[in-house]
Design a protein around this ligand. Sequence first.
Ligand code: UD1
Length: 421
Amino acid sequence: MEKLIIKGGTRLEGTIPVSGCKNAVLPIAVAAAILGDGVSVLHNVPNLTDVMTLRAVLQGLGATIKFKNSTLYIEPINHLEHEAPYELVRKMRASIYVLGPLVAKLGKAKVSFPGGCAIGPRPIDLHIRGLEHLGAKVMVEKGYIYAQAERLTGTEMYLTGQHGPSVGATANVLMAATLAQGTTVIRGAACEPHISDLACFLKAMGADIEGIGTSVLTIRGVKQLRGTEHTVISDDIEAGTFIVAGAITRGDVYVKGITHQQIPAISEKITEAGVELDWDDNGVRVTTPREIRGIDVSTAPFPGFPTDMQAQVMGMLCLASGTSLINENVHTDRFIHAAELNRMGADIMLDGGKAIINGVSGLSGAPVMASDLRAGAVLVAAGMAASGETVVSRVYHIDRGYESIEKKLNNVGANIKRVKD
Ligand code: UD1
């Protein structure tokens, strides 16, 4: 296992490029490998362990996939397997994306039921309900989901659960509906930019989709989808993380390759805290001329403030003046990072799905542990702002979703070393 050793007290200065969006690449690669009838080429693909895990899942199903210079070449094979085993699915929950496309393409699927994770129980009832609406018979037995349908049939459905729309269920049902007979209307669909990117990719493959970017998606089923070429959008959460890194170190950074439309709520909240964001067509300059102010943040589905930025903004608010309140409404148990930040001198109290953060004047370096991807990112940001040395262990969580994090940050003045345990 590897860990990151961070010498704190550095000020970031310079340009940080944003990589392709992990959460867009995952479903797009699934669509290319399972639904497509020809080779697809995806550009701007980040080199992440999650992408490589998905590659293994898709290769296990029979696709041929090459990755070179941020480009994925995906060749679907005619005789796809219909089974995604536990050994692969347990490494990454997003493997559940193969369920809908496999039933749509092969008429059957056997996919290991994904387990919970550090950010909560994460059910998949909406994925199953959506596929049942399309006429699939779904059964769960001995840790596997079995789904079957001769041909899926379009219908109208409402796909929102008690915590709002589901990104994963929307992607799963959207992909399945492209090859269903007739028209499917998904109401209460997730509107995240990566869902729109997936829908644009499916359209380029020949799917007939209306309402992209809205909560009502209308999909007229087609018989076949072709391979295509696509450039994946940039990663909104990676960009947000770098904005926080700039702010928390009181630096002067230009986060390159992100648009305001992709991160409206992040932009709004970070500005409200007193950080200056100066947008142009290619990215955003981040400066912090005044003290950071305490603010209230509530996570919500897009265009609300993303749960995937909750940990990072909490890190920033630890150093704000006054008291901040964070309501986590999407993954209500997602607060493991709070205890690690407290080990660094933060003052955070948890109360159910809420965190109350009393700003402190400084953080001090400490050994801490990344419990999930974004919890890992905030510890790196906090480590750069803290005095002394911070050692972040379980870096493999961070590598799931950040491409060369220490290289990108060291290029703008951080002092981070990766060492083996
Ligand atoms: C995706 C993202 C993840 C992000 C999350 C919310 C990927 C690979 N992952 O995860 O980083 O944190 O969106 O933006 O894109 N829910 C149900 N039943 C379901 C599915 C979800 O109740 O069948 C609930 C979840 O427990 C959660 C909420 O709905 O409270 C949203 O989850 P969802 O959007 O599905 O998250 P993921 O797609 O798993």
